[in-house]
Design a binder for this molecule. Structure first.
Ligand SMILES: Nc1nc2c(ncn2[C@@H]2O[C@H](COP(=O)(O)OP(=O)(O)O)[C@@H](O)[C@H]2O)c(=O)[nH]1
Ligand SMILES: [Mg+2]
Ligand SMILES: [Zn+2]
Length: 349
């Protein structure tokens, strides 16, 4: 039965208190009464509806909290700010209110489903991970992740892993890589090549995520666990996981990992699909940063061939224009394959 590794999280969150949670003195009755009043906390892990939170008044000490009161039946996501009541020292803490979200990374099960699932809340940026050995599939996933990020108010860092394979016998050439990534310059804040084999780009990655909260996303096999292990040495993520079943170390719970150099990394379960069913065609266009200046004759233009539509004249790299049309078709049920699916990598080359 998958469960949160509360000890590992406690260890990770306990840097501020060398005594550790178990070494704390027993709180006085007055202190306990004060803490049993509703406090503001942040959800740092979530596993099948069981939340682990960290209160603002005790940053190093994660504790479990169950849904209570008006929140019963509602949902929280990792990163949510919540109000917590009840005696946390006795394991009786209750989530009683979810505070408004500043940002939200949303997805749907598939493009024709409209029920939103929140991947993470109040996160500052998405690190979209693509493997240099499988750029075509990785960038199709990235096209979706960029849309979801922009929709939710997050910045985007495009992390290219396995840079050591560039110009290797079975790997892409440097020219292939540059050509595939160039169209993304206007879509993301930065493209960062990395390798856990050579260490290339890892210091840059650490620096970019050393403030705020970053959520890591990408197909399985692109090297997410390897990156987490590189930047959070104690994370102990199993490398080579392919799914949510089986392996003891397989990522089943979303959790927020404090980074040694500051900042927080949210490691989510491998998202099998990144559906964008919360958007329509016009909404999709608003999530293409290159189209921020799009001007059309109609205020409610769908950019589907209306007279006076600005889309045909918009300056958009061909790969990104193709991405827009492919995603728009998928949202309208015209896609022949679900490119949000995690299942079928293209293979090298
Ligand atoms: N050559 C090379 N292989 C890597 C690199 N990072 C990860 N891998 C390999 O890619 C495979 C998948 O890595 P993993 O971290 O489990 O990916 P995840 O499924 O996204 O978590 C493993 O066989 C890793 O050894 C890298 O920088 N270079
Ligand atoms: Mg993994
Ligand atoms: Zn238009």
């Amino acid at each position: 039965m998958p469960r949160i590794d509360a000890d590992a999280i406690a260890d990770a969150w306990d840097e501020d208190d060398p005594r550790g949670p178990r070494g704390r003195p027993e709180p006085s009755a007055a202190a306990r009464a004060a803490r049993s009043r509703a406090a503001t906390a942040r959800v740092v892990a979530l596993d099948r509806g069981r939340a682990t939170v960290v209160a603002e008044d005790a940053p190093g000490v994660p504790f479990p909290a169950r849904y209570g009161g008006a929140l019963r039946g509602a949902r929280v996501a990792v990163g949510d700010r919540v109000r917590v009541s009840g005696d946390r020292d006795r394991g009786a803490a209750r989530l009683v209110e979810r505070l408004p979200r500043a940002t939200v990374l949303r997805r749907t099960a598939d493009d024709l489903d409209h029920r939103e699932r929140v991947v993470a809340a109040n996160v500052d940026r998405v690190a979209v991970v693509v493997g240099a050995d499988n750029l075509a599939a990785g960038l199709r996933f990235a096209d979706r992740a960029i849309v979801a990020a922009v929709d939710g108010g997050l910045r985007v860092l495009l992390v290219v892993t396995k840079a050591d394979l560039v110009d290797a016998p079975d790997g892409p050439t440097a020219a292939d890589l540059a050509a595939a990534l160039a169209p993304y310059e206007g879509a993301v804040d930065e493209v960062l090549p990395t390798s856990v084999v050579t260490g290339a780009g890892l210091d840059e990655l650490r620096a970019r995520i050393a403030s705020g909260w970053t959520v890591l996303t990408g197909h399985s096999g692109v090297g997410k666990s390897s990156l987490v292990n590189a930047v959070v040495p104690e994370a102990d993520r199993a490398v080579g996981d392919v799914g949510a079943r089986g392996g003891r170390h397989t990522t089943v719970a979303a959790r927020a990992l404090p980074l040694p150099g500051g900042g927080t990394l949210v490691d989510t379960p491998g998202v099998r699909s990144l559906g964008l069913g919360m958007l329509d065609r016009a909404g999709l266009a608003r999530c293409f940063p290159e189209l921020a200046d799009l001007r059309c004759a109609l205020d409610d233009c769908r950019h589907a061939g209306e007279p006076g539509c600005g889309l045909p004249d918009a300056v958009l790299p061909p790969a990104r224009r193709a991405a827009f049309e492919r995603l728009a078709a998928a949202l309208e049920g015209r896609g022949d394959v679900d490119e949000g699916e995690d299942a079928v990598p293209d293979g090298p080359g």
